[in-house]
Design a protein around this ligand. Structure first.
Ligand code: PXL
Length: 274
């Protein structure tokens, strides 16, 4: 049977990130996807492509969630940029009784849109404990865990253990290209052991959409029957190919190309697991 996946996320009209990324990634797994939109991100071409975020009214977010959850039986749920405290509360309320695998991308930082750290306590109290998998980047991991800025694998592991103790079942801290060195390193903590995933950094460009696409790939992988670890490895591969084949655009931050692992796999991409 075809798997179904729901994303609750913002719209990134430039197409690399947000629910646009999520729906494209779901398709890469042969899953049926749909989206409840929480905010709309646009760019002002007359002001250096600065980001403008419009929040969707929480009542409208509620109606979207109620209707899509009534229409479909999903195999997994993913959330991305929630934008406002009100929207995060709506989601937390709806997920309280949820038994489905839930992949939580705790978007507190967005390239260009700045930080939304006012969501931190709400995330820790309401959404972290519901997460089957949580995928913070370095800044988000430090914020959620209450640590100083993280710049090492040891720091990533420390944060992962704290966030696991907050209730997330599996914590994937994304070092990505931000850690010094030749490799993009992510770690997974499942409450027992740490797994380290590495791939060579594939290019020097700033790319939009890696975090969203990584989390939505994990959700689609789980929905289509992969183990959590295999879903994370598959997601890292897909994102690495998408970065290697990213598309330049006028904003100066390139757009990840979602189908690249299938359409133009890059020979440099290899993920190792230990
Ligand atoms: O990458 C974070 C992110 C998430 N969601 C939306 C975004 C961005 C960054 O651009 O636009 C909608």
């Amino acid at each position: 049977m075809t798997s179904k996946v729901l994303t609750i996320a913002g719209s990134d009209v430039s197409g690399g990130a947000g629910l646009e990324a999520d729906l494209k990634m779901f398709e890469e797994y042969g899953a049926f996807g749909t989206a409840a939109v929480t905010c709309i991100v646009t760019f002002d071409p007359n002001d250096g492509f600065s980001h403008v975020i419009e929040f969707i009214d929480p009542e409208v977010v509620t109606r979207q969630l109620e209707s899509t959850l009534a229409v479909h039986t999903f195999d997994a749920i993913k959330s991305g940029m929630l934008g406002s405290v009100e929207n995060a509360l709506v989601l937390a309320q709806k997920l309280k009784t949820n038994e489905l695998p839930y992949v939580f991308d705790p978007v507190l930082v967005c390239k260009g849109a700045g930080t939304m750290v006012d969501l931190k306590d709400l995330f820790v109290d309401n959404l972290v404990p519901l997460a089957t998998v949580i995928t913070p980047n370095l800044e988000e991991a430090a914020t959620l865990a209450g640590l100083e800025p993280i710049d090492s694998v040891e720091g990533m592991v420390e944060a992962a253990k704290i966030i696991h103790a907050q209730g997330a079942k599996n914590v994937v801290v994304k070092g990505g290209a931000r850690l010094a060195g030749e490799d993009a390193i992510d770690i997974v903590f499942d409450g027992e052991s740490i797994t380290t995933l590495r791939s060579r950094k594939v290019n020097e460009k700033l790319v939009n959409g890696a975090g969203c696409s990584f989390a939505s790939s994990i959700a689609a992988g789980i929905a289509t029957g992969l183990s959590i670890q295999d879903a994370v490895v598959s997601a890292k591969e897909k994102v690495a190919h998408g970065i290697a084949n990213c598309l330049d655009n006028a904003t100066g931050v390139a757009s990840l190309f979602h189908p690249a692992a299938r359409t133009q796999p890059s020979p440099e991409v290899r993920v190792t697991v230990d």
